[in-house]
Design a protein around this ligand. Structure first.
Ligand SMILES: [Zn+2]
Length: 211
């Protein structure tokens, strides 16, 4: 663990959960729901929709959520990065391939969950463990490292999001069409989503703004 002194662990509460006797996904969801201020995540790949939904709900509770994904995820069709960026979550791609951490979740700068695997397999019938370290020092140290990686990763995020913006459309609470931003049929109450999502939900393109 880069930058972390083992000494810190002596003053920490450490819990280990094994997938053979605990539902690790439930623990992760529970911890996300308990967060009060901030959630930081770092995963090589991320396609778990259920956890993504939990993060989007945390964001709605005004919790700051930052996600660092492996560089390859930037082009992955199955990554939830795009979905979470649309929910106003800060999504970054580790373009410097620093491999900051294959898997970790930091909560409220005191609690850190270490995954020996990617988040996608936490509900798969595989044997692995989840390490939980409750220590403000460990979390603080990791957060510093995380932010250093983000200064390299940030640029990719901006480029990525400007490309993705073209795929963002808007719907209204009652309408059956999806629109481009600024269309005269859009009301004050509008919701953004991806074009793909809109089509999957049965919305049709507006004939005026032709999104
Ligand atoms: Zn329109």
């Amino acid at each position: 663990m880069p930058g972390i002194t083992l000494l810190f662990f002596l003053f920490s509460q450490v819990n280990i959960f094994f997938s053979s006797d605990t539902n690790i996904k439930d623990i992760v969801i529970h911890r996300i729901r308990e967060a009060k201020r901030e959630i930081i995540l770092s995963f090589n790949s991320f396609s778990d929709r259920e956890i993504a939904k939990e993060l989007s709900e945390a964001k709605e509770r005004r919790i700051k959520v930052s996600l660092l994904l492996g560089g390859r995820e930037a082009t992955s069709e199955y990554s939830v990065g795009n979905y979470l960026a649309l929910k106003n979550i800060d999504v970054y791609y580790d373009t410097s391939l620093s491999g900051f951490f294959q898997g970790l979740i930091m909560i409220d700068e005191e609690q850190t969950l270490f995954f020996p695997c990617d988040i996608n397999i936490i509900s798969a019938p595989a044997n692995f463990y989840l390490l939980e370290v409750i220590s403000p020092q460990v979390a603080k140290e990791l957060k510093g490292n995380f932010q250093r990686v983000l200064t390299e990763a940030k640029k990719e995020k901006v480029i990525k999001l400007s490309i993705r913006k073209e795929n963002i459309v808007y719907i209204t609470p009652k309408g059956k069409k999806y629109h481009r931003e600024g269309c005269r049929f859009l009301k004050k109450e509008k919701k953004s989503l991806s074009k793909k999502e809109a089509e999957e939900k049965g919305y049709k393109p507006c004939l005026v703004c032709k999104p």
